[in-house]
Design a protein around this ligand. Structure first.
Ligand code: ADP
Ligand code: MG
Ligand code: MG
Length: 906
């Protein structure tokens, strides 16, 4: 641990800077940076994340010297502010703020107005001449402190709805009702004084403790509670979802308070330097007069728009900051420009105006939707704020994925009447059944039912339910409300501030315009436009955006790794070409025996399988041939000029043996045998471990005529396509190979068919590559031998993972989740390539293979080929290409470019 535990900022100087996020948390580091920039920031200091780590490692004890460092830093703040903490005449108040390396919005705690007590209240009243303000600040301190410090950090677990915060909130609501006030800003000093008394009594009643009446006690209580909030339940659950390590810890920032609740020339607000939903280059935000920070985000009052240009249907009638405080707005807009010029990215900022004076309280890189990420990156390139490389880095694979996500079918939407409209907080479309609690969302989603979570407003306790839902709909809150922030971070469809909704959680109903929807009723959300529809509307793809195309061109300029697709029909091949696939890395022959139009070929395949003699089998194969050839030829025709890797028949044959009596009877008839005989033949095909049974190349060894038929279909298609003026580049891939001898055995068959096809068509040769999948550990271990015969390797990492771990792919549901939960494995290795184990085999096979065959072509065709981290690994080990499903192709292209840039950066 470093010696220095506390870093000060303010008055144009700071110990820390923006690069020190690991130590100071994102908030502390950026406050320091803003102070250095000369942006007005209330002075303060940050206690490092190392102190948090120490706190947890040592049974919640602070390192030696912390108290002294805090005291010294606080003295500095007092000097800067010309006030004293706990001073009866000029009392300084502070906020105690959390801040992790990565922002965890609303997941940890903040306590404002710390330092108000009976010794300091009269002084502050005198100083401000504003007793209403002082008691408003005090009641807020009591509400936050009792909740964060006295209840949550103390580990008190109240019954549902009985948390101290909720109880005090109800008392506040009661007074507002009694006085007929719409907003808490309308309560009088006397109301607040009375409320404060009753709050304190309530705290004693509920928590059995006095509210602390000493500034220092409050300070240390709040610091400890913020450290404790790192391990609060919702913070832990958020970290689990976001993959943030539990070891990081939070920093604690103690900062002089500035007050947005001093009257109508005071205000607080939240803004984005550009629109976080669309990316539009317009200052975008929300503010409230006479309010304190939390108010805007919590959705307590409907916030006002920042400027006139960005008003929405919902807030058109409300005053903008631009018109209400023109000069302050101009200053804020200037700071917006300074921050963007400095950070070269869209900023999410928090500000407070105290009596006409602007203060910045936070800035960070703003979360955004995929659409906004794309638009902002492309705009900033044009504005010369960033270069092409940075453009590539600015859109995450997940955001790109979101861009490729469905939107509500515009045709269907045209003819539908919206039920209600709200703020478009999270993009895309979603349709599902409505539920009213996070728990229900989780439960229904686990049963495979798509749900829309409907809430009055969300709070951090709802996170897991929001995650599970297809879309989120709230009646209250603005574009910076909790729901909006979280949904945007995930790229999830979300509509907030849908004022027409009346949500009744207990009755589980949603009432709009007199219409009542019950739990389970379907609705559709258009999160891009903020429209809600009853019932289910269709969805369509969103990838036709020309900006997307331009972005992908930049991406392609920066990658080395090729990207192919896994496809076995001309339609999929065409779709994948549209997404930028540079070939097919995996064409699974057996796919023509499943699904649409498969009846006849499947019947013939079955006939082939249950054949008892070579003659019977050949007859069946001859009839099957035209079907196999048609799919092969049509797909190669679409991929004209691009390589297509055909995997020879792979699955265990018994998978195709008919189970039903009727099917067996017609098969027996076709073969001219009795039903009993057919049953016998089918029985003989039974295997106790088919995954490791008679499949893949083993079929080709025992029944070479199966290989022969497929190879003939491939080579004849190639010859015919060449005659038709197309370029066919077939690659023949042998699956489930463990030894080079298997590959050599099949090569004899391939060479013979090649000679026959050449003779039959009068050509000298047909161009093709001959290679294998590497999916059995033994193949990887003997890759140098295999590469003598193979011209290419394609890593079948699904099976390679299965066989390396000894985890049955089809049975992992029973234990892998527990492994991940208990951290025995960081992630499901079938989703993200296990670099340490399976990856070692891949790396070794590449090296060994290239040693004997320097021209060996290398690719991957497992599911991992479309997973960004795995793609990065493939880049690092020097594969030539990855292959993935058509929809993942753009994501793989982006991941490949980002891996190349990372590589170049060292
Ligand atoms: P979070 O991480 O949840 O955003 P913050 O620490 O940013 O929590 O605090 C929440 C809000 O409290 C801020 O948006 C700001 O408006 C208000 N706040 C925090 N510190 C101060 C301060 N020193 N003066 C005035 N308001 C503050
Ligand atoms: Mg904040
Ligand atoms: Mg396989």
């Amino acid at each position: 641990m470093r010696e220095k535990l506390v870093y000060v900022f303010g008055g144009g100087r700071a110990d820390g800077d923006a690069t020190m996020k690991n130590l100071l948390g994102g908030k502390g580091a950026n406050l320091a940076e803003m102070a250095r920039l000369g942006v007005p920031v209330p002075p303060g200091f940050t206690i490092t994340t190392e102190v948090c780590t120490h706190f947890y490692a040592r049974g919640r004890a602070y390192p030696d010297g912390l108290k002294a460092e805090v005291a010294a830093a606080l003295t500095g703040v007092e000097r800067e502010m010309k006030m004293g903490f706990g001073d009866p005449d000029r009392p300084l108040l502070v906020s105690i703020r959390s801040g992790a390396r990565k922002s965890m919005p609303g997941m940890m705690e903040t306590v404002l107005n710390v330092g108000l007590c009976s010794r300091t209240i009269p002084g502050l009243v005198k100083l401000t001449d504003n007793p209403r303000f002082v008691y408003d600040a005090y009641r807020r301190l009591i509400m936050m402190y009792s909740d964060v410090v006295m209840e949550k950090a103390a580990g008190v677990e109240p019954a549902e709805g009985q948390g101290i915060r909720q109880q005090l909130d109800r008392m506040l609501d009661g007074v507002k009702k009694a006085r007929g006030c719409a907003s808490d800003a309308d309560l009088s000093e006397a109301d607040l004084q009375d409320l404060v008394k009753r709050f304190k009594a309530k705290i004693v009643e509920v928590l059995g403790q006095e509210f602390p009446d000493d500034a220092q006690e409050q300070l240390w209580g709040a610091i400890g509670a913020v450290f404790s909030s790192w391990n609060g339940r919702r913070a832990i659950s958020y970290r689990r979802i976001e993959g943030i390590p539990h070891e990081w810890g939070t920093a604690v920032t103690v900062q002089a308070m500035v007050f947005g609740n001093m009257g109508d020339s005071s205000a607080t607000g939240v803004a984005f330097s550009r629109n976080p939903a669309t990316g539009e280059n317009r200052f975008y935000g929300e503010w409230l007069p006479n309010a304190q920070g939390e108010d805007v985000v919590a959705g307590i009052r409907t916030p006002n728009p920042l400027n006139d240009a960005t008003k929405s249907e919902q807030n058109r009638h409300l005053p903008s900051l631009e018109s209400a405080m023109t000069e302050v707005y101009a200053r804020l807009d200037g700071i917006r420009g300074e921050l963007e010029a400095h950070f070269h990215d869209m900023q999410d900022i928090e500000f407070t105006i105290q009596d006409g004076r602007l203060w910045m309280l936070q800035c960070r890189v703003g979360k955004r939707t995929g659409t906004a990420a794309l638009n902002i990156a492309m705009d900033m390139l044009e504005e010369k704020l960033i270069d092409e490389r940075e453009v590539v880095r600015r859109v995450t694979p997940a955001q790109l994925d979101e861009l490729l996500h469905p939107i509500v079918d515009p045709q269907a939407e045209k003819s539908a009447q919206p039920l209600a409209s709200g703020l478009p907080a999270g993009p895309g479309g979603a349709t599902g059944q409505i539920v009213f609690t996070a728990a229900a969302a989780v439960e229904w989603a686990a049963q495979g039912k798509p749900v829309i979570l409907v809430r009055e407003e969300t709070n951090p306790e709802d996170v897991e339910g929001m995650r599970a839902a297809e879309g989120i709909l709230t009646a209250r809150g603005g574009m910076t409300s909790h729901a909006a922030l979280v949904a945007r971070g995930w790229g999830k469809c979300c509509i907030v501030g849908c004022a027409g909704l009346h949500v009744d959680v207990h009755a589980r109903t949603l009432t709009v315009d007199g219409k009542v929807l019950k739990e389970g009723d379907p609705v559709t959300l258009n999160g891009t436009r903020g429209r809600v529809y009853a019932g289910r509307l269709g969805m369509v793809s969103a990838a036709e955006n020309p900006r997307f195309v331009a972005f992908m061109q930049i991406v392609d300029r920066h990658r080395r790794l090729g990207v192919r697709t896994n496809a076995e029909t001309p339609e999929d091949a065409l779709k994948a070409r549209g997404f930028g696939a540079e070939g097919i890395g995996l064409f699974r022959t057996e796919h023509m025996f499943y699904g649409k139009d498969s009846e006849k070929p499947l019947f013939l395949l079955r006939r082939m399988i249950v054949s008892a003699s070579v003659a019977e089998r050949r007859a069946a194969l001859d009839e099957l041939y035209p079907y196999v050839k048609k799919d092969i030829k049509d797909t190669m025709a679409v991929m004209d000029g691009l390589p297509v890797t055909f995997r020879l028949l792979d699955p265990p044959l018994h998978e195709f043996v008919p189970k039903g009596a009727k099917e067996r009877a017609s098969l027996a008839k076709a073969l001219g045998i009795t039903a009993a005989e057919l049953d016998q033949r089918a029985e003989a095909l039974h295997e106790s471990n088919p995954m490791m049974g008679h499949r893949g190349v083993r079929l080709g060894v025992t029944y070479p005529e199966i290989t022969e038929m497929q190879v003939r279909a491939i080579l004849e298609s190639a010859v015919e396509l060449t005659r038709e003026g197309k370029r066919a580049l077939p690659e023949i891939m042998v699956p489930v190979v463990a030894t080079v001898t298997e590959l050599d055995h099949q090569k004899v068959v391939v060479d013979r068919v090649h000679a026959e096809v050449c003779a039959a068509h009068g050509v000298a040769k047909v161009d093709f590559l001959y290679g294998t999948m590497i999916e059995i550990p033994r193949a990887a271990l003997t890759a140098d031998h295999i590469a003598r015969t193979a011209q290419f390797f394609s890593f079948g990492t699904n099976d390679l993972t299965q066989m390396t771990f000894g985890f049955s792919r089809d049975d992992i549901g029973g234990f892998v989740p527990a492994y991940v939960e208990q951290k025995l494995l960081p992630v499901d290795p079938f989703q993200m390539l296990d670099v340490d184990g399976v990856g070692q085999l891949v790396r070794m096979a590449c090296e060994l293979g290239r040693r004997t065959n320097p021209h060996l072509h290398l690719g991957i065709c497992g599911e991992h080929g479309g997973e960004p981290n795995s793609v990065a690994f493939c880049h690092r080990v020097g594969l030539d290409y990855v292959s993935c499903s058509p929809f993942r192709v753009p994501i793989a292209r982006l991941a490949a470019a980002q891996a190349a840039l990372e590589d170049a950066a060292g």
